[in-house]
Design a protein around this ligand. Structure first.
Ligand code: TRP
Length: 73
């Protein structure tokens, strides 16, 4: 699968039940995967030929090449 290996994000859950939702690339923008994280769990994810955007629900710390941002619940 085609990936841009530089373009990954780190998501650290600050509460239980944080959802990391992948949205499809292309004309239709739909959810294609939801990963659930509990407090303290970390997910490292890439943007791929299938994934153009990521939505995060719940309180989490998100690191990207653009810096650090916190989502809130
Ligand atoms: N099968 C998905 C893909 O290759 C896996 C994935 C990659 C993903 N990055 C993601 C799922 C971000 C959720 C969020 O695109």
């Amino acid at each position: 699968m085609e990936t841009n290996n530089d373009d990954f994000i780190v998501v650290k859950a600050k509460e239980n039940g944080v959802q990391v939702i992948g949205l499809t690339r292309g004309q239709d923008t739909k959810f294609h995967h939801t990963e659930k994280l509990d407090k303290g769990e970390v997910l490292i994810a890439q943007f791929t030929s299938h994934t153009s955007a990521v939505k995060i629900r719940g309180k989490a710390e998100v690191l990207t090449k653009h810096g650090k941002v916190e989502s809130e619940s």
